[in-house]
Design a protein around this ligand. Structure first.
Ligand code: ADP
Length: 253
């Protein structure tokens, strides 16, 4: 088993009298894609923003790459990459200009073209952000998480609103980033995405983690409990039909 890169122990968060995170504990292993799933209001963003050092916790302990969140939050910041919502970018700037701007914030000199190449956007280097498609914007925002060569990146619903081709393309990119050794923490409301992409998932509900395992094990456990789908399961989905008919190629506009 790989090393633990994030350890969360008895984490709690209160907003006034309301306990949004109720003493959760979990580990994330180095080099995995870890999904945090759950309905709206479950406490996912609160949990991730605490680990990202963006929100204070109420109680418990968080260790990231051996660093204590209480003692060394700045060091934690320097080894993580956090995806901004796509609305966080100046629309009129070119991609290379946005990268220099972010590089400046991290105090890193960045080879913008090389970075754009990792997300397959090198030919868009001189395009303005506002003129890009949804999939390109998402790829670009993932590129910005990589500027400081982080050990862990956090992606918040990275494929929301994308068409099936762009989604699959983004999954491929996220797998490549994982395969190069970066740990990926992802939130998503798409269960097919979590099943395809995540090595392990934690399911949160009402401030608690109610299950944590690989998608495969979770599904096997449900089946072993006697669960059966009400509809016959076919060996292809409507999305497979769509991709088969329209092809894997990305249409950017
Ligand atoms: P999720 O990301 O799973 O949708 P959140 O972590 O955003 O869940 O929210 C968990 C709960 O905490 C929700 O009930 C939400 O309304 C509440 N909450 C989140 N942020 C605040 C805040 N700043 N002040 C008060 N309550 C909050």
């Amino acid at each position: 088993m790989s090393q633990k890169i994030i350890e969360v122990k008895n984490l709690t968060k209160k907003y006034g009298d309301f306990e949004a995170v109720k003493g959760i504990s979990f580990d994330v292993f180095e080099g995995e894609i870890f999904g945090l799933l759950g309905p709206n209001g479950a406490g996912k963003s609160t949990t991730l923003e605490i680990i990202e050092t963006l929100r204070p916790k109420t109680g418990g302990e968080v260790i990231v790459n051996g660093l204590s969140l209480d003692k060394e939050p700045e060091k934690i910041k320097s080894i993580i990459g956090v995806q901004l919502q796509t609305s966080g970018f100046y629309p009129g700037l070119k991609l290379t200009e946005l990268i220099s701007l972010f590089g400046g914030l991290y105090n890193e000199s960045v080879d913008a073209l090389k970075l754009l190449k990792t997300v397959n956007l090198e030919d868009k280097a001189n395009n303005r952000y506002k003129n890009m498609s949804g999939g390109q914007k998402q790829r670009f925002s993932i590129a910005t998480t990589l500027i400081n060569h982080p050990k862990i990146i956090f992606l918040d619903e990275p494929t929301t609103g994308l068409d099936p081709q762009a989604r699959r393309n983004l999954w491929e990119l996220i797998r490549q980033i994982r395969d190069q050794g970066t740990t990926v923490i992802i939130t998503t409301h798409y269960m097919d995405e979590a099943e395809q992409l995540c090595d392990r998932v934690a399911i949160m509900d009402q401030g608690n983690i109610i299950a944590i395992d690989s998608p495969d094990h979770m599904i096997d456990k449900l089946i072993a409990s006697g669960f059966e789908r009400s509809k016959d399961v076919k060996s292809a989905s409507l999305e497979d039909v769509f991709i088969q008919l329209t092809g894997h190629t990305i249409r950017e506009d």
